[in-house]
Design a protein around this ligand. Structure first.
Ligand code: ADP
Ligand code: MG
Length: 327
């Protein structure tokens, strides 16, 4: 409890996409190589995430559903070097307080697994054996069934689905090694095959950012002073939505940061005529100790220890490439 109080507790469940994000991050943390997502009615009726990760043991399952229980952090010091995506230990508990949540899981390669159901704030967790391969399936039904005030703030099914789709795109861009499938109302919307080679990665990026982006993009891979920047820089575009074609990851986490935006815009300066916007999918890798990505759990901000060096490195690396993509 002491630990929990020291960790910023953001309101996790705002809309279907925030549920999907938490569930996907859990599946990624579990070491899954395959993740399947089912969505019905914009996620309000159903969201189901199935993975082939490590699963949850029988004795840990009730714990996984309780607030501030996390298997991912031993002591506060670990926060400094959080390697896993989730660490607050309250996603499942928060979700089950506003929806009907069911988990089926197995942490072994043979034999039955266990299922648990939880609903509402006073959740009774009932455990029962169930047939399930190694891995975990989390099913969330009737989001906000018991909180009509929040349900009122939801947009149309199409809009809520679009946000789910955006979460998946971001996570697919930062986890090339995972096979993702998204089904919307029973129909396959995306199938991203695990991508090992650069060519396979470029296929996934093309599927997410559009073939036009990839056709004109230049592959970057620069290293200096303990920093590595790699990924793709594209022609500046009149994108419908700027955010669709601007993806920046720091140590695998999607971020939106003033310093990064500034460095990129400067690098693109000479080619941004007629109100175009930079288009890029970029990955910055640096020593985790030199960056704080947990400034706020939901805001995607970062704080670099040496922001000047990072800014210069980004600008220099990109400026050279942008000159090459001049149409
Ligand atoms: P956190 O991810 O912050 O630890 P969560 O509430 O999201 O907290 O999950 C609680 C715990 O449940 C996790 O620490 C993990 O041990 C377990 N868990 C949740 N989802 C999965 C999953 N898909 N595979 C394996 N373990 C899981
Ligand atoms: Mg989590």
């Amino acid at each position: 409890p002491r630990l929990a109080n020291q960790i910023a507790a953001g309101e996790v469940v705002e809309r279907p996409a925030s549920v999907i994000k938490e569930l996907l991050e859990n599946s990624i943390d579990s070491g899954a190589s395959r993740i399947e997502i089912d969505v019905e009615s914009g996620g309000v009726k159903l969201m189901r995430v199935r993975d082939n990760g490590c699963g949850i043991g029988e004795e840990d399952l009730p714990l996984a559903l309780s607030r501030h229980a996390t298997s991912k952090i031993e002591q506060l010091d670990d926060l400094e070097a959080v390697a896993t995506l989730g660490f607050r230990g309250e996603a499942l508990a928060s979700i089950s307080s506003v929806a009907r949540l069911a988990i089926a899981t197995n942490d072994r390669d043979s034999g039955p697994g266990w299922k648990a159901e939880a609903e509402g704030r006073d959740m009774a967790v009932n455990l029962a054996p169930v047939a399930h391969p190694r891995g975990t399936t989390v099913e969330v039904r009737d989001l906000f069934f018991n909180t009509p005030a929040r349900r009122k703030f939801l947009r149309t099914e199409t809009t809520e689905y679009k946000r789910i789709d955006e979460i998946l795109r971001k996570l697919s861009l930062s986890h090339f090694d995972i096979d993702f499938t998204l089904r919307n109302n029973g129909k396959v919307a995306h199938q991203f095959r695990a991508a090992g080679t650069q060519l396979e990665q470029e296929r996934r990026v093309a599927a997410i950012c559009g073939p036009a982006f990839m056709e004109n993009a230049i592959y970057v891979d620069m290293e200096a002073a303990g920093l590595r920047l790699w990924g793709w820089v594209g022609l500046p575009t009149f994108s419908r939505s700027q955010a669709d074609l601007q993806h920046f990851f720091v140590n695998g986490r999607s971020i939106r940061d003033k310093l990064v935006t500034h460095a990129v815009r400067q690098a693109y300066q000479d080619v941004m005529y007629h109100g175009r916007h930079p288009a890029f999918v970029l990955y910055l890798e640096l020593n985790p100790a030199d960056v704080d990505v947990n400034v706020h759990p939901t805001k995607h901000e970062v704080r670099f220890r040496d922001s000047r060096t990072v800014h210069d490195f980004l600008f220099r690396s990109l400026h050279r490439c942008v000159a090459d993509i001049r149409p």
